[in-house]
Structures are given as structure tokens and as C-alpha cells.
Write a protein that binds this ligand. Structure first.
Ligand SMILES: Nc1ncnc2c1ncn2[C@@H]1O[C@H](COP(=O)(O)OP(=O)(O)OP(=O)(O)O)[C@@H](O)[C@H]1O
Length: 453
């Protein structure tokens, strides 16, 4: 039985319509004004909306607008007087599927309702019949959104310019801003798109195994080398090698890496044969490598090799217009993953999303939206579903100088690391400072305790 919402301030007419539609086999609710309509739409699902054009506190057009902002795509029929036909046409331009002039002729209204309902179920089943296509697409490459803010426009202009060139790219930006996603994008838009994209997390790599990770090894070359191993350079041959957290490489490994890049040859550990390689390097860092150079921790010659072109990732708080776009994008992803059908965010939730400083950037937004999708009781996400928004500023200067989560006891170590990561919004540099350990140690412990990243 299709459910219809009647939005009409003339109560007598609304009741007549309700009774008559009920007799035709429809389930109906009525709203006398916009706020009641908003409330009903937030809590219930409708198959069709029948709305008067003129309403107290606004009109049918503003209801359409509200629905679009909340991602509600429900067939919408406007009821209007003859004098208002131009506005009805405007409503159709804005997304209404039909209009009917008052006084309403019941037979004509019934035809229009049936047409609108069958058109909408046809669109739905068309969407439902192509799941494999959607599936294949989302599985073969990461689902990606660019955004519409000025900062995003500039970033993707640069990405489009640099991607097809052979230049090595250094992407810098705070944790969770999407550096790895941009690296993928560069690969997809490059001439190497049909060759491999290999990602190495230098932050999580043990110093002793780094050479083997990059260049491979031959069986028996060191204790534990029980089989031959192909390194990342050979795996990525012809394609792109992405080095995340490149600032974490030890000095020795930096020397070996520089040599491989300069000579375009590598030698697996324990082998005396050199292998020619052709890889494009894209690296990411959330620390200031120039400062690392001045401290003598990062080689300047390697820095210049890796940094033929720099991309700076904007923080989410500087991408105001993109916040709700990403929130809805992550909501779609979460709905699929969690098999839920949440349709959007209510006004206070949207406002909270827009006003928050997002210290954990896109990663934090994605996590909050996923959690809210799971918790939401209604069709729309409310502010309370999104959790607390009181930690507004997590800038370095705000961090306590002491190490409140310091690791003293092996039994509680994992729990403390989890707490520190949560407090630092999964920014590992900050979490490491809170714990009083360096970032490499934190990465090793994350691996040791199998903490999801
Ligand atoms: N453009 C995008 N479109 C869709 N999702 C994105 C996009 N950018 C980032 N994300 C999401 O945000 C999360 C964080 O992105 P990513 O891992 O690329 O950030 P990062 O800057 O490399 O973080 P870190 O420095 O901590 O490694 C990812 O899990 C991804 O799901």
C-alpha cells in the first residue's frame, strides 16, 4: 500500500482528501504547515507527496528545496489554483513531477498519482537491476569525491596537470586529509593507469626489513628469508610506487632509496643481480620535511628527488562547501556497508557538521558518519547521533606538554594507545606525543597489538 503525505493548510479539504485517498487504498498522513511536514518526513517514509503550493511559513517550493537538501527523492505533486500555474511550472522545474489545479478533480488526481508512483518504481527497479556494474566499479577503484570548494578546485587542477607527467610528487597535509586517495587519483589519471599501484607505509615498516620491502630478497639471505621475495619496486614496475609517511624512513634506507631512484636499478638483498625498474614515485608526509632536513634527519638530495612537484592537501575545515557533500557521500557508503537506509541529516546535525573544526579531517568525518548511520533511529541523522562536538581545537599548541597517556604498564598498554588515538582523532603524531613515544614506536605497537587503522 503506497503511503502519501498530504501537505495542506485548509483542514477541511485535507480531511476530504485523506478520506477519499484512504478509500482508494492509500495510506495517508496530513501536515498543515511546513514544520509538521518536515517532522513527518524525518520520521517516516512516503511514496508520494501531495502538497499545496501556498502554505503558512513558506510554500511547496521551499518544501521541495528542503527535501533536496536532505537527499529525499520522493515524487511530489503540487496542488495549485489556476492563478498560480506559473509557480506550479517553477515547482516542476525544481523537481516536482506534476501539478494539479484546484478545484481538484478526483479522477484526474488519481491518474496523476498512479502515473507518478509507477514512474518512480520504474526508476527504482532500473537502479536495482544494475548492481553488478556499480559493484564492479566500486570494487576496482576507490570510491572518490573531489568536492566543490575553491580549495578542492585548486587541488584537483594541480592533480590533473601533474598526473600525466613523469614528475615525482610529494603530497603534504595533515592526517586524514586524503593524501593516499590523491595518490591513487594521480595514478588513475596517469599514463601508467593500467599498470600496478603499490602502496608502502613507511611509518609501519621495521627498519631491519625496509631494504627487503623495497628491493626484495633471495631465499636464505638472512634469518627468516625462507623464500624469495619480490620487493615493492619490482611489483610496481611500469606503474606507481606510493610511499606513505616517507619522513619516517631511516637514514640508511634513504641512501638506498636515493640510489635506486637515481640509477633506476635495484638489487634484491642477498642477490648480485641488478634489476632495471621503471617506477613513478608519489610520496606523502604529514610532517615538515624541510625541518627534518635541517635537523639532519632527512637527506636533502632525496627530498629534491621526491619533490619535483608538491601538492598541499587542504584541511577539511578549509573546505566548508565540501563538508556536507562528503558527509552525504560517506552516508551512502555506510548505508551500503551496514545495510541501512538513512536518507540524510536534519538541520541541527548539518549545522553541527558545518561548525566543527574537524581535527581528524575526512577520516574523522567518515568515522562519525558511519557511527551515526549505525545509531540513527529515524530516517534522518540527528545531532546527537553524531557524538560530542566539544573538542574544537586540537592544534599542536593545545596539546598538554606532559604525557597523560604515558605507557608504564604492559597490561594496559593497548588500552592507553587506543585512548590516545581517540583523543588525537587518529592523528598518529599527536597520539605519539600524548603517549610520550616517537611515531615509529607507536606504529610498531599498533602493529604489535593489531590495532585497526
Ligand atoms: N576524495 C575522497 N573521496 C572519498 N573518500 C575519501 C577521499 N579522501 C579521503 N577519503 C576517506 O578519508 C579517509 C582518510 O583518507 P587517507 O587515508 O587518504 O588520508 P591520509 O591523508 O593519507 O591520512 P594519513 O596521513 O593518516 O595516512 C580514507 O579512509 C578515505 O576513506
Amino acid at each position: 500500500m503506497a503511503a502519501i503525505l498530504i501537505v495542506e493548510d485548509d483542514l477541511t479539504f485535507a480531511t476530504m482528501l485523506k478520506t477519499w485517498l484512504g478509500k482508494q487504498g492509500f495510506q495517508t498522513s496530513t501536515a498543515g504547515d511546513l514544520s509538521k511536514a518536515h517532522k513527518l518526513l524525518e520520521h517516516q517514509s512516503y511514496d508520494l507527496i501531495l502538497s499545496d503550493l501556498r502554505l503558512p511559513e513558506g510554500d511547496g517550493l521551499s518544501l521541495l528545496d528542503w527535501m533536496q537538501k536532505h537527499g529525499l527523492a520522493v515524487p511530489f505533486i503540487v496542488m495549485t489554483s489556476y492563478a498560480d500555474v506559473q509557480n506550479a511550472v517553477n515547482a516542476m522545474k525544481q523537481g516536482a513531477c506534476d501539478y494539479i489545479a484546484k478545484p481538484v478533480q478526483p479522477a484526474m488526481l488519481l491518474d496523476k498519482i498512479k502515473d507518478a508512483l509507477s514512474a518512480s518504481s520504474a526508476t527504482r527497479s532500473k537502479k536495482d537491476t544494475a548492481p553488478e556494474e556499480v559493484q564492479a566499479d566500486t570494487e576496482s577503484r576507490p570510491a572518490f569525491l573531489e568536492g566543490k570548494s575553491e580549495a578542492a578546485r585548486q587541488l584537483y587542477n594541480y592533480v590533473a596537470l601533474v598526473a600525466p607527467t613523469p614528475l615525482s610528487v610529494l603530497i603534504n597535509g595533515a592526517s586524514g586529509t586524503g593524501k593516499e586517495y590523491v595518490a591513487h587519483r594521480i595514478h588513475q589519471l596517469s599514463k601508467r593507469a593500467d599498470k600496478p599501484f603499490v602502496a608502502i607505509d613507511c611509518g609501519a615498516m621495521l627498519k631491519e626489513l625496509a631494504a627487503s620491502e623495497f628491493f626484495g630478497h633471495v631465499k636464505g639471505s638472512f634469518t627468516g628469508a625462507v623464500t624469495d621475495k619480490t620487493g615493492a619496486f619490482v611489483e610496481a614496475n611500469g606503474g606507481t610506487l606510493f610511499l606513505d609517511e616517507v619522513g619516517n624512513l631511516s637514514y640508511d634506507v634513504q641512501v638506498q632509496l636515493l640510489r635506486a631512484i637515481q640509477e633506476r636499478k635495484i638489487r634484491p638483498v642477498g642477490s648480485n643481480q641488478e634489476i632495471e625498474v621503471d617506477v613513478r614515485l608519489v610520496c606523502a608526509t604529514n610532517e615538515n620535511l624541510q625541518q627534518a632536513i635541517s635537523r639532519g634527519e632527512f637527506r636533502e638530495d632525496l627530498y629534491h628527488r621526491l619533490n619535483e612537484f608538491t601538492l598541499h592537501m587542504p584541511s577539511l575545515k578549509d573546505r566548508g562547501e565540501d563538508i556536507l557533500l562528503f558527509a552525504n557521500f560517506f552516508l551512502d557508503q555506510a548505508n551500503k556497508e551496514l545495510e541501512r537506509h538513512i536518507v540524510g541529516f536534519d538541520a541541527p546535525a548539518s549545522e553541527a557538521l558545518l561548525n566543527y573544526a574537524w581535527p581528524g579531517n575526512l577520516r574523522e568525518l567518515k568515522n562519525r558518519v558511519k557511527r551515526a548511520t549505525l545509531l540513527a533511529q529515524d530516517r534522518l541523522i540527528h545531532k546527537t547521533d553524531l557524538g560530542e562536538f566539544n573538542v574544537i581545537n586540537c592544534g599542536e599548541e593545545e596539546l598538554p606538554a606532559a604525557t597523560p597517556f604515558a605507557l608504564h604498564d604492559k597490561n594496559t598498554e593497548k588500552e592507553r594507545i587506543l585512548q590516545a588515538l581517540q583523543t588525537a582523532h587518529h592523528n598518529k603524531a599527536r597520539a605519539a606525543r600524548l603517549l610520550g613515544i616517537d611515531r615509529k614506536t607507536l606504529y610498531n605497537k599498533i602493529k604489535l597489538y593489531d590495532i585497526p587503522q
